[in-house]
Every structure is written in C-alpha cells, then in structure tokens.
Design a protein around this ligand. Structure first.
Ligand code: MRU
Length: 339
C-alpha cells in the first residue's frame, strides 16, 4: 500500500513550501495543497486541511522552517519576523499541544540558520513515526491482554490514522495492528459530527487497509457499547493534562462513560509529548470553539432555523478515572480507578 504523504517539505520547485494532503477533499479526491507562506499554512490548519494532533505538530515544525527560509537572505535571517509568524501559527488551534511544541522545538534552532531548522523538522517527523510504531504495538498488546478473547471488536471516534499522525497512526494504528495479527473482527467508526472525520477519513483509511468496519452515528457509539457490540474503545488525544485527564474530539467523553458502565476497556493512544506537564488538570485545557456554520448546515444545506445560536466545542475532556490506560511510546499509564 502506498504510504500517505500527509505533511511534507518541498524545497524544489518555485521556492520552499509545505505540501499537505488536503483532508477537506477526502474521501472524494486525493488533492495536495502547497502552502508557501506561514499565513497559507495557518489557514490550512484553521480549515482542517491538515489536522490531528501529531500532524499539527509537524505543521508547527515545518511552518517555522518555512518562515526561516522565506525570511532568510545573504544578510541573515529576519529573526523577529520568523518568531512573530511562528507564534501566530502556534495559536491557530489552541487545544492540541503538539502544535505549540512543534513551533517551540523548531524555534530553538533558529539561531543556527534555516537549514538547521529544516533538519530539526525532518528529525521530528522521523521521531513521530518511531513513537507511533512503539505506542501502537504496546496498545495492541494491551487490548489483547485486557479483552482476553478473540476475535476482538473495537470502536473509535474521529480520525487517528496516518492522516492525523504521519506514518503509523495512534488509536487507528493499534486497530490496524490487531487486524494484521488476525485477531480483529471489526471496528465501529463513529461518524464524528460536525466535520465527519470518522465518516470521511477513518472509513477511507479502514477501507484502504482492508480492515472490517461499520460506520455509526455518534450517538450510536454508547448504545453499541451498552449492547455488547464492543470489546475495547480506542481513541487518540489532543492534550493530556498532568493528572491524566484527556482532551480529544467532541464525543469522546460519552464513549468513556459508556465504556466504564459496561466494563469495556477504554484506551487512549498518543505520543508521550501529548502529556502536557504545564496543564495540571482537564479544567486547564483550552477547548477550541468552532464556527456555528459547521453545525447549522450539512454539505452547504441548512439544517436548522436561520440565525440559530450554536454551541460547537471541537473537543471534550474525559477524566482520567474513566480511562483504562493512556498508552504512549514509552509506557502504559493505567488509571488506578479504571483497571
Ligand atoms: O479537529 P481534529 O480533526 O484535528 O481532531 C483530531 C482529534 O481529535 C484526534 O483524535 C486527535 O488529534 C488525536 S490524532 C492521533
């Protein structure tokens, strides 16, 4: 299977650019978007052409590399402009901590010149792929151990495959490993209103990988768990507080509540860097609120009364006590309450 080229650097052609697989066009078309300024990249981040916490981290490191290349000359790099643009980029989406970390990581190399910043971005991409490989293997082992029977039925929400992370995926990657081990019966994918990352992206990746699946509306997820159709729930994370509380796509919390009630393992698979020591608890995680138009229309067709006020948080927070384990590339951090 062709690897997906989700976030890449293009140093050839008409000047430096970050090339993105434009996720807004999926599943209908595989299209690439060329961002040759930080403003264009930030717009792509805001519009979810590129998305998923680890890929936002890549957008952050490559974004600083882009700024450093654009604002460099024989006289040196205009450091103030690079810093200003980079700091703006880091704030475009506030919940996913890897975006800010990616920007900060790259900025630490700014004094060494644009080539050093780019080398750091490539290093971050390679390390991300390694982290995904280790975390998904550990998570698949843990699911097998906790479920204790085969075949295994999983449920997931949003999109945590290569589209969201670069090579390997997180929750999706663990599900793919169970499939490759021959122990997976099927995965239920929640459609993930309002932007349908589950229906559009996860189903596309499941189909591509040949993994058995069914799509369900978000509100069917808890019912599927209660009705015994699910052996393990696997989700990703945008930020994990120091106490283990998990911010992830809106709809995650109701799945965790249902999983706890039914005694179904609930695993969060994420790179270690998602655990933010500067965020004490879930209450301290900034939750991105998105435009009303995402909720008041479907594919451009209005679904409600014109002018209806909207509540549209992109993420919710699941308390650690509802999480069986947070699985990263280095450990399985198990909640003392939910084992
Ligand atoms: O708004 P999105 O599509 O960027 O939200 C993505 C998610 O919530 C993912 O579950 C999360 O970033 C983890 S990706 C491995």
């Amino acid at each position: 299977m062709e690897p997906l080229r989700v976030v890449e650097w293009d140093g050839d052609g008409d000047g430096p650019a970050v090339v993105l697989l434009d996720q807004r066009a999926l599943p209908g078309a595989v299209e690439y978007l060329r961002a040759s300024t930080v403003a264009e990249l930030g717009e792509a981040v805001r519009e979810l052409a590129v998305r998923g916490a680890p890929c936002l981290g890549l957008a952050g490191v490559y974004g600083v590399a882009l700024a450093a290349h654009r604002h460099g000359s024989v006289h040196g790099t205009d450091l103030d402009t690079v810093r200003r643009e980079s700091e703006w980029l880091a704030r475009v989406r506030p919940t996913a901590v890897p975006l800010r970390l990616g920007v900060e990581r790259a900025l630490r190399h700014l004094a060494d010149g644009p080539a050093a910043v780019l080398a750091e971005a490539h290093a971050a991409a390679a390390q991300g792929a390694q982290a995904n490989a280790a975390a998904t293997s550990r998570a698949a082992d843990l699911v097998e151990e906790l479920v204790g029977h085969r075949p295994i039925r999983t449920l997931t929400v949003c999109n945590t495959g290569d589209l969201a992370t670069g090579p390997g995926g997180t929750a999706f990657g663990a599900i793919r490993r169970l499939h490759e081990r021959g122990v997976l019966a099927e995965t239920l994918a929640c459609e993930t209103r309002p932007l349908l990352q589950g229906a559009r992206l996860t189903i596309w990746e499941l189909e591509r990988a040949g993994i058995g699946h069914r799509l369900c509306v978000d509100s069917a997820g808890p019912a599927a768990i209660a009705n015994g159709l699910v052996d393990a729930v696997l989700v990703g994370a945008d930020r994990i507080a120091a106490n283990g509380d998990v911010a992830n796509k809106i709809g995650t919390y109701m799945l965790a509540c249902a999983a706890q009630r039914s005694g179904v393992p609930f695993l969060v698979v994420a790179p270690e860097e998602t655990i933010d020591p500067d965020t004490a608890t879930g209450a301290d995680i900034p939750i991105e609120e998105r435009a009303a138009a995402e909720v008041t229309a479907l594919a451009g067709v209005p679904t409600t009364v014109p002018g209806t006020p909207v509540y549209n948080p992109a993420f919710d927070v699941t308390p650690f006590e509802l999480v069986t384990a947070v699985v990263t590339e280095t450990r399985a951090w198990c909640s003392a309450v939910r084992t």
